[in-house]
Design a protein around this ligand. Structure first.
Ligand code: HEC
Length: 102
């Protein structure tokens, strides 16, 4: 399911949408999360540092998350200026995986 969403969001990946590139995309989301998000949200999404939300309790849809990550919040930085749209989509997809692993 996550892989299907990733392919829909990342239209550019249709061109090379074989299984290996989709797996690569998933782990990219995790890497981005580890690089940019753990500082406030923690490795398991529950850290809530700097008043961050518990991501495992988030009810946002994938679309809402992409918008939220791009534009930021009162305390959360706007990542549209930091990482690419593809990277934002990848990390937004990864949050589903994170929820399932908790
Ligand atoms: C500087 C701390 C900080 C960093 C870094 C950060 N966040 Fe946040 N995040 C927050 C805070 C604080 C909130 C609560 C909303 C607000 O006030 O900004 C939040 C809320 C969210 C929400 C909304 C959850 C909900 O349902 O309300 C999502 C999704 C989210 N962050 C994802 C991410 C992702 C993905 C990254 C990495 C690309 C990230 N955050 C990096 C602080 C951070």
């Amino acid at each position: 399911m996550n892989q299907v969403l990733a392919v829909i969001i990342l239209g550019s990946f249709w061109a090379c949408g074989d299984l290996s590139s989709q797996n690569l995309e998933e782990s990219e989301g995790k890497q981005i999360y580890k690089t940019y998000c753990v500082a406030c949200h923690g490795a398991n999404g529950k850290l809530k540092l700097n008043e961050a939300s518990d991501l495992t309790l988030s009810e946002m849809t994938l679309e809402e998350r992409i918008k939220n990550i791009s534009e930021g919040g009162s305390m959360m930085p706007a990542f549209a200026e930091v990482i690419t749209e593809e990277e934002i989509a990848a990390v937004a997809v990864y949050l589903d995986e994170l929820k399932e692993s908790n």
